[in-house]
Ligand binder design. Structure first.
Ligand code: CDP
Ligand code: CDP
Length: 230
């Protein structure tokens, strides 16, 4: 049995992070942590409470009181906030449109990073997000920056929500680009490829190919670490 490592997967919206991270975790029997779901859960609570998304102090107080628990679900991860399963409410257009504003706040980022580091204390975690390799887990043994062309990312998302949704592919692509811009340009822990992250452009590649590549990297790194310790 080789050592367990932590794997950080970052990248823009629709690159395939959650899909790939979940499958990598399953293959390695690791724990998957979806940090985007945590920012979405905070955003849900901010919208419910009527707070302004730029009120750093009030939103920070709210975030500090939230007990966010991630549980492995049948298809995706279940997110429980103060004991209530909110998973089915996290992917609405309204949350998509507000989450990057909430995620800009220093109070929120500090709180989320603290919770995320705690979740990764016992190694064997695959964590996906925007700032995992650069900020949350700078010592992760494997860092991947996963991307794809913006048209392909929007098309993937469009397929997921179904063409009966209240948005066109063009609008969706615009909204995704706007969210990426906000995530890249924010001051604290912006979306950025860590200097020691391996880049995967998944445009035109299958999920299985990408998963296999990451799993093989992970196994090789874990073996090297085990060998060095002997
Ligand atoms: O699934 P999708 O890529 O659309 O988004 P997500 O991973 O659920 O993340 C939603 C939003 O949360 C992002 O657009 C960021 O604004 C924020 N986020 C972040 O700031 N830092 C993270 N580590 C993860 C997400
Ligand atoms: O988490 P992130 O926003 O990066 O992406 P996602 O929620 O995993 O969505 C990516 C979508 O593209 C899923 O429907 C995947 O099945 C699909 N896809 C992929 O992830 N990777 C590929 N190489 C091809 C398609």
């Amino acid at each position: 049995q080789s050592n367990r490592i932590n794997i950080a997967i970052d990248g823009p919206a629709g690159a395939g992070k959650s899909t790939v991270a979940r499958m990598v975790a399953r293959a390695l029997q690791y724990v998957y942590v979806d940090t985007g779901a945590m920012y979405r859960a905070v955003t849900l609570k901010v919208l419910e409470s009527g707070l302004s998304t730029d009120d750093n102090a009030s939103v920070g107080r709210l975030a500090n009181e939230l007990d966010i628990v991630l549980l492995p679900g049948a298809h995706s991860q279940e997110v429980h906030v103060n004991g209530v399963d909110v998973s089915s409410r996290l992917r609405s257009l309204e949350i998509n449109r507000n989450v990057s504003y909430v995620a800009r706040l220093e109070s929120v980022r500090n709180r989320m990073a603290e919770l995320q580091r705690r979740m990764a204390q016992v190694k064997g975690v695959v964590m996906d997000g925007r700032d995992i390799g650069t900020h949350v887990l700078p010592n992760a043994e494997l860092k991947v920056f996963l991307t794809a062309s913006s048209r392909e990312r929007a098309t993937r998302r469009y397929r997921e929500i179904g063409s009966d949704a209240d948005i066109t592919l063009e609008q969706l692509e615009k909204e995704i680009s706007e969210r990426d811009r906000l995530d890249q340009e924010r001051e604290i822990a912006p979306l950025l490829q860590a200097s020691d992250a391996r880049l995967i452009d998944s445009t035109g590649r299958t999920v299985d190919e990408v998963v296999e590549e990451i799993v093989q990297w992970g196994l090789a790194i874990a073996r090297t670490i085990s060998a060095e310790e002997k």
